[in-house]
Design a protein. Structure first.
Length: 134
């Protein structure tokens, strides 16, 4: 699984993996107005999270979706960053020795406000495949 640290700050690091990283890179290359706005806004959200954590966000930008069980049996608290119709789903935990948000799944063109449970489940399953890499 490919990964990249997108933002680092006093509070945490923001890492994107696999599907989330591919979609993040793709939205940054698109030229339509919605994609440009989503990419700009999401980058600002990642930097704000890295600096101050989740307390710096209203629920419409960063939301706790609840606990979801991965296929391997582990349960994860899934979080959602959202900017326009672009969503990144992941978890918060220690990674490479630091507190981190790990973005694991993405919905690049969300059309309604309710999160897609299949995508949330993909995030939980992906969390099972990410080591701590201390």
């Amino acid at each position: 699984i490919g990964s990249e640290c997108i933002a680092t700050g006093d509070h945490a690091c923001v890492w994107l993996f696999g599907e989330a990283l591919r979609e993040w890179n793709a939205v940054g290359r698109r030229n339509d107005e919605n994609s440009r706005r989503a990419a700009t806004r999401m980058r600002a959200y990642f930097e704000r999270f890295a600096a101050m954590g989740s307390r710096a966000f209203p629920e419409e930008h960063f939301k706790t979706l609840g606990r979801f069980r991965a296929a391997g049996g582990n349960e994860y608290l899934i979080l959602e960053f959202k900017a326009y119709q672009f969503r990144i789903y992941g978890i918060e935990r220690r990674y490479r020795g630091s507190r981190a948000f790990l973005g694991l799944a993405c919905d690049p063109a969300k059309q309604d406000n309710k999160a897609d449970r299949k995508i949330i489940k993909r995030a939980a399953n992906a969390a099972d495949n990410i080591g701590t890499e201390s």
